[in-house]
Design a protein around this ligand. Sequence first.
Ligand SMILES: [Zn+2]
Ligand SMILES: [Zn+2]
Length: 423
Amino acid sequence: MTYAADLHLHSSYAMATSPSITLESMASWAAVKGIDVLATADFTHPAWLAELKAKLEPLDDGLFALRARAPAAARFVLGTEVSCVYAQDGRTRRLHLLVLAPDFAAVDRLCAALAPHGKLASDGRPTLRLSAREVVAAALGADARCEVIPAHAWTPWYSVYGSKGGFDSLAEAFGDMAPHVHAIETGLSSDPSMNWRVPELDGMSIVSFSDAHSPSRMGRELTVFEGEPSYDGLRAALADGAIAYTVELHPEEGKYHYDGHRKCGVCQHPAATLQTGERCPVCGRKMTLGVLHRMEALAGRPAAVERRPDGMLSDPSGVRPPFRRLVGLETVIAEAVGRGRATKGVREIFTRLVESVGNELRVLTEAPIEAVASLAGERVADGVARSRAGDVAISPGYDGVYGTVRLWETERIMGEPSEGAPA
Ligand SMILES: [Zn+2]
Ligand SMILES: [Zn+2]
């Protein structure tokens, strides 16, 4: 048995999120996207937690259902994200952690333990004056079944390996608590094959979630787990790497893939930075070193990945779960019809496809191309086929600027070193 999970989401109580996020809209969008299990998000926020307690009914497997919904609808798992800001070894550290909990009693104990260290009511993703190690200890103290997952583990500003406030190893970040961390989240700017290069992650589950700040972005990255869709099943899957596959954006689409300086429009491959130094070639300030740069610094081996006939990308040694790189359906339709993603025309085609095929994940991965063509026209079908084949051109993201994907252009990736340049 497999199930698709998106365990990094936010409520409307988190900064910079859409006011349209409610438990009801999350559940409806989960069905549209093909998500079976989703995080409640933000359980440390008192007002959102009160809403969770009022609206969610505990099932006997550690997951939750909306009281007003039919039993077949998406299940929730109690999950949140916290931001740790603290000093260690003379440097300021900033990193985000996802926390999962089995029941409201555990959440209450954890919130009571965290409350003295930050203002839980100020943000759905609260800032805590606690170390990564202390958060794991607090979570396990609240309930030994809690899970802590380093969020978007490579992004520069707030992550365990980030160039600005991170560490060079999980052992350094988590100390004696490191063995209790079973998984890391790739973040949008890295994908599993990049993480396979890091020896310290050999025994870890590599998971992907959306970090959506609006419901329509849910599931843009997700993890398809194997086994029982229950809280303990999920814990076991994280600990054992029981993952059927993950769904990824192209990592170049993430906001921090390349190095660069947004103000000056400077975006470059880390190979160029290694040659010219970390200063912006326009203004002379320090550039933001991206995910690829950190990966190159900490990787112990070269990249190895191969494309299977079914479009999955896999580890040639067969040890790791495979993954898919996909372009979101709205993006495919928008480029196919030459209109903005948020336009009515794009929305109509999206809805028609999803309602006929079942959900977005099925449209993107399984639906026969002829069926997509008959519902949405040849060009949209061609776009879906191109997405499945990885036949796309991308301008990589850098310093907070999202990368852009184009399906019908084959221009070279911007800033990519020419052949023969040092990697
Ligand atoms: Zn985060
Ligand atoms: Zn600059």
